[in-house]
Design a protein around this ligand. Structure first.
Ligand code: FE2
Ligand code: FE2
Length: 421
């Protein structure tokens, strides 16, 4: 084993030969991985972890126990449960350009068709790489939770989550290396949140940061990725991962709801402030600035451009539709913090359903990767469409066609009336 210790997070893009999407390797990546070049690059973090034994081994027959049992039952294996041999699908680049507000952005327009293909490959790689790095963060945090969680059930649950996260790292890594062929480094905002969670001594803060914020955001991001990817392999992967993540978030909400009640007001405000700050940083990390830099664009200008687009700004807010109700449920949407969320424009979500009340029927469904749209997925889609429609209605002109919004809405209504007649 060749180990290479580093103090700095690597910033290079890695390339893997022979992927489904990228048969021939373009020669623009510095960090090609070959067999003679398999150093394990490891970055150290130090943590003042306060662990706890549990000596009474009390198995409380509660929701946490039930979630643990479900975790054992619903285990899946990336090698066996996913058909990796499906061909790479056709892609519609122009739709991506419209979604990201790049259709008439001069540096994008100047790209040849081949370069555009390459650009979207990089975008795709960037998003999936952030999923992968986030999963590694979850793996490290979950393993810490097994040590620090004070109750017996929670320790067992955290251990089972650790194994879930290992499989998530495994499956996204395999997807990136064999399907995409390119891996981006971790985004600096995501890294800073992970650093904070991993190195804070307070176990409940790790819970809040991971189970409520990062996993809550991931649930929404995964669902969007599943909706938009043309690749059936990725759809299946996300279906399986989301099943696990929904359990993790539910565990977090149920466990924290009880615990937060025991905190003093001052301690609660501290946690609420931390949650808010993590949300602010997370909102900023959505744009693939490393991809713009790779293509030699003016990074700040391109970032602005993408963020101002209607779809991105709506998507950015939609990500919080699980996080905000859950923060409220566990008692961290305090009077002092609410106005700050209102300022971010994401307080509207506070009355959406949270993950505290468990839909056991949905949780217990057997695994079935051929299932095209689960009931949950359909409900999420419907909710997303509703929120997008509400935001669209607030616009003067249609962000896609530039036509007056009133006209577009009248047409839609007429079409809906005709369809139901
Ligand atoms: Fe995960
Ligand atoms: Fe998770």
């Amino acid at each position: 084993m060749k180990l290479q210790w580093t103090d700095e997070t690597p910033r290079k893009i890695q390339s893997f030969a022979g992927s489904a999407r990228r048969q021939d390797d373009a020669d623009d990546i510095d960090d090609k991985l070959t067999n003679e070049h398999v150093d394990q690059v490891a970055e150290i973090f130090s943590t003042p972890l306060t662990g706890a034994y549990n000596w009474d081994y009390t198995i409380q027959d509660n929701r946490i126990k039930k979630l643990y049992e479900l975790g054992k039952e619903l285990n899946w294996n990336a090698e066996m449960d996913i058909d990796w041999n499906r061909p790479w699908p056709e892609e519609d680049f122009e739709q991506g350009a419209a979604l990201m507000n790049l259709t008439d952005y001069p540096p994008y327009v100047a790209l040849t068709d081949e370069q555009k293909r390459e650009f979207w490959l990089h975008q795709n790689s960037w998003s999936l790489s952030q999923f992968l790095h986030g999963e590694q963060g979850a793996l490290l945090v979950a393993s810490q939770l097994a040590s620090c969680a004070p109750t017996f059930n929670a320790k067992l649950y955290a251990a089972s989550q650790t194994f879930d996260e290992a499989r998530h790292v495994e499956v996204f890594n395999k997807y990136i290396q064999t399907r995409i062929g390119l891996m981006y480094p971790i985004n600096t905002s995501l890294k800073s949140i992970l650093d904070k969670i991993l190195t804070d001594p307070r176990w409940d803060l790790k819970f809040i940061g991971m189970q409520i914020i990062i996993e809550g955001l991931a649930l929404s991001a995964f669902n969007t990725a599943r909706e938009t990817t043309p690749d059936e392999v990725l759809k299946d992967i996300i279906y399986l991962v989301v099943r696990d993540e929904a359990r993790h978030v539910t565990f977090g909400v149920n466990y924290l709801e009880e615990f937060v009640k025991t905190l003093s007001d001052e301690e609660k405000e501290e946690r609420a402030q931390f949650a808010y700050e993590a949300c602010v940083v997370s909102r900023e990390r959505l744009v693939a600035t490393d991809v713009f830099a790779h293509f030699g664009w003016d990074v700040e200008e391109a970032r602005q451009r993408v963020m101002e687009g209607f779809v991105m700004s709506t998507f950015r807010d939609l990500l919080f539709q699980r996080v905000i109700p859950n923060l409220k449920r566990i008692g961290l949407m305090t009077d002092k913090i609410r106005p700050k969320f209102e300022e971010l424009g994401i307080l509207d979500f506070e009355n959406l359903p949270d993950d505290g009340d468990i839909d056991w029927k949905a949780m217990e469904r057997p695994l079935d990767v051929t299932e095209e749209q689960s009931a949950e997925q359909a409900a999420i889609k419907e909710q997303m469409e509703k929120i997008v429609a509400e935001r669209l209605a607030q616009q003067d002109t249609c962000p896609v066609t530039g036509r007056p919004m009133a006209e577009v809405l009248a047409e839609k209504e007429a079409a809906a009336a005709a369809a139901s007649a």
